[in-house]
Design a protein around this ligand. Sequence first.
Ligand code: CA
Length: 221
Amino acid sequence: MRLLLAEDDEILSDGISKALKQSGYVVDHVASGADADHALETGRFDLLILDLGLPQLDGLEVLKRLRARKQLMPVLILTARDRLEDRVTGLDYGADDYLTKPFDLPELEARVRAMLRRGQTQSVEVEYGPLRFDTVSRKVTADGELIELSAKELALMEVFILKGGNVISKEQLIEHTYRWDEEVSHNAIEVTIHRLRKKIEPHKVNIRSIRGLGYFLEEEQ
Ligand code: CA
């Protein structure tokens, strides 16, 4: 899952990014409304966390433009306590939920999870063969046994399980697991896939590749 965080407060955005990354989300961060608008126009995100008080372009304007482009991704707005009016306008402009600053990170995470679930109209658990991905606890189990995964491995595993055995290109995998500001070395994604493969192989699921096309999950018969 790829999230865009538009927030100009450095300390707050660092905290939010860190917490969400630890849960295996890919978080791209922009600190101005203009950058947010540009990112939303050109990138593909599953959710937007939008501060309303942004420099260059107001958060409400970013939201208005987003919805005018018929982009339907869920939007969580962050507002200051004394700006009730903005909150109402934000919801009118098509925001899905809001949080009033200051808030606790676990609460933000809970909102994000709930919004992503709503958007997908899928159940809490997604399965592929013996693999089970719990979208609430963000844990992967196989045959009931927890598989310990790094944040990157978890991000990859999520894409694989959601794709349910269909082929995913390397570009798509990179898009789902790396932020813009992270350097993607040529082999990095292969190394992560290799590690992931080792972890799920004992459960008779393999990650297969088709040269030039991409990767897919396959259950051993
Ligand atoms: Ca702000």
